[in-house]
Ligand binder design. Structure first.
Ligand SMILES: *[C@@H]1O[C@H](CO)[C@@H](O)[C@H](O)[C@H]1NC(C)=O
Ligand SMILES: *[C@@H]1O[C@H](CO)[C@@H](O)[C@H](O)[C@H]1NC(C)=O
Length: 497
């Protein structure tokens, strides 16, 4: 949200969208799109601690739960599920049709999303919408001042999704349980839902939590702030805090016309409520351009929660269009969500090789002994978000030079296929040969495929994260087999001699 998407449409998607039938959407839209039908009622603010006595939808939900025989006596302490998570997604009439395929890919019931548009959508996009995706038109925000010289006034409308959505849900929520988390995002944000849920579950939703991540770009953080969660990566707010925020947001918006984005406005208002950001490194704003594979190959141990700006960077896998590449990525993410992108490093002492696996995505094989910290640094394969002479190329993590000379790079592999079952996965990665390197100079020229086997990764709340180990299993020269496993207690990730 700090960096409004300029909607470079991806051409193959557009073709697909045009080809899809428009009719059912026309049938579906009208009753979703009664703009501004609710009047704010500031005199009856949502209580900070959900009060069972006064909240009718909540009472109804508890009643239903009781009838269903659930442990309804303590609904607040029952395990948080995706049915407790509500997404407020910033969209627009223009970008909606471009982003629906991505939303369909990640937004699985029982998670629900409300997409807020700047006006009733034109009919020219496909349907039907999934039942857990609701279109809304933002309430008119034109009375709020906006004075940032370079931003877009729509930042105010987008910030108000936090209050528009709570107002909307006050009118009743159908069969869904009362929400525990509000997650704000852009329509070009993709979430790995099980990992989002795991991340939220680390926190007591009844407390005022504000979770998210900064931009990758030090320059962006310098311009917009280091203390806020960047909206495109996703901003998670516990429900009682969201209720408080919704109540005071309009008054905050009047004080901050000079800020750039919606996320800076949310931050300012939460700061006034005395709440600070808790940094969760699984959220990704992706204020980068070009090839982000270097970033994705060195993900932190925290599970991958979100990716943003995927239509501003190269397709995730080379040789595929963006839409196909994201689908491919989610095939792996769905097979073992906790492990997607998790980096594991192992060594083959006899052949003097170092292998670095970003599970479900890419494997690199280096000649010789590359020490672990050098592999945990992010290869600078990308270019800064802002181009121009006065742009600093500084990021919020350790980086490592990525050789321009393709002959000097590691042997590179990308996910080709994956299968899973009985608590295990097998994923194959095929070689991406350099294009600008004479055959005799290509490192490990004969190595064509890597097979990686692993058990499903189970994240346990409260347990510390520890990188896994792996073994390179002896195999013929053209393939490499890697097995990922838990490290032994005192095991080091090094080349043994
Ligand atoms: C570069 O950016 C800095 C800080 O924003 C500014 O003070 C300086 O004038 C800029 N230099 C050029 C050449 O634009
Ligand atoms: C991976 O490759 C091996 C060897 O070619 C093959 O036997 C196996 O079926 C492949 N696995 C998947 C998931 O494609």
């Amino acid at each position: 949200m700090a960096t409004p998407s300029h909607g470079l449409p991806f051409a193959p998607l557009r073709a697909l969208l045009i080809a899809l039938p428009l009719l059912s959407l026309l049938l579906l839209l009208p009753h979703h799109l009664l703009p501004s039908r609710h009047t704010p009622s500031p005199s009856t603010p949502p209580p900070l601690t959900p009060s069972l006595a006064v909240h009718a939808p909540l009472r109804a939900a508890i009643h239903r739960a009781a009838k269903a025989g659930g442990p309804s006596s303590s609904p607040a302490t029952k395990k948080t599920t995706l049915s407790h998570v509500v997404f407020g997604v910033a969209s627009s009439r223009r970008t909606l049709p471009l982003r629906l395929p991505l939303l369909r890919l990640w937004l699985r019931p029982p998670a629900r999303a409300f997409l807020f548009l700047d006006g009733p959508p034109s009919a020219a996009h496909p349907s039907p919408l999934p039942p857990n995706l609701h279109l809304r038109v933002s309430r008119d925000a034109s009375r709020f001042p906006y004075s940032h010289p370079r931003g877009l006034p729509s930042a105010v409308r987008v910030a108000r999704i936090a209050s528009d959505l709570l107002l909307d849900l006050k009118q009743g929520q159908g069969n869904s349980p009362p929400p525990r988390w509000l997650v704000l995002a852009d329509d070009d944000t993709a979430f790995v839902l099980p990992n989002l849920l795991h991340t939220l579950a680390k926190y007591d939703w009844r407390e005022p939590w504000y979770l998210g991540a900064r931009s990758e770009s030090a320059a962006q953080n310098t311009w917009h702030g280091f203390a806020m969660a960047y909206g495109g990566g996703g901003v998670a707010v516990s429900w009682p805090l969201a209720a408080r925020l919704a109540r005071v947001l309009d008054s905050c918006l009047l004080r901050y016309p000079h800020l750039y984005g919606s996320d800076a406005r949310i931050y300012a208002c939460l700061a006034e409520l005395g709440v600070e950001l808790t940094h969760e490194p699984g959220f990704h704003q992706i204020d980068l351009h070009g090839d982000i594979s270097g970033l994705l190959r060195a993900h932190p141990l925290a599970p991958l929660v979100s990716l943003h700006h995927l239509d501003h960077v190269y397709p995730l896998y080379p040789g595929m269009d963006r839409a196909k590449a994201v689908e491919h990525f989610f095939r792996a993410a769905n097979a073992d969500p906790a492990r997607i992108l998790q980096q594991t490093v192992c060594y083959d002492q006899s052949r003097s090789l170092t292998a670095s696996v970003a599970w479900g995505y890419s494997v690199q094989v280096f000649r010789g002994n590359v020490l672990l910290p050098d592999l945990l640094a992010v290869q600078k394969t990308f270019v800064p978000w802002k181009r121009g002479r006065n742009v600093t190329d500084v990021f919020m993590f350790n980086t490592k030079h990525y050789p321009r000379d393709e002959c000097k790079r590691a042997a590179l592999f990308f996910l080709k296929s994956i299968s899973s079952g009985e608590g295990k996965t097998e994923s194959n990665y095929s070689r991406q040969l350099p294009r600008k390197c004479l055959p005799r100079l290509i490192p490990l020229r004969n190595l064509h495929q890597i097979k990686v086997t692993s058990d499903l990764l189970h994240l346990v709340p409260g347990k510390a994260l520890r990188r896994h180990c792996c073994d390179i299993i002896p195999s013929p020269e053209i393939t490499m087999d890697i097995n990922i496993r838990k490290c032994k207690d005192n095991e080091l990730i090094v080349m043994h001699s």
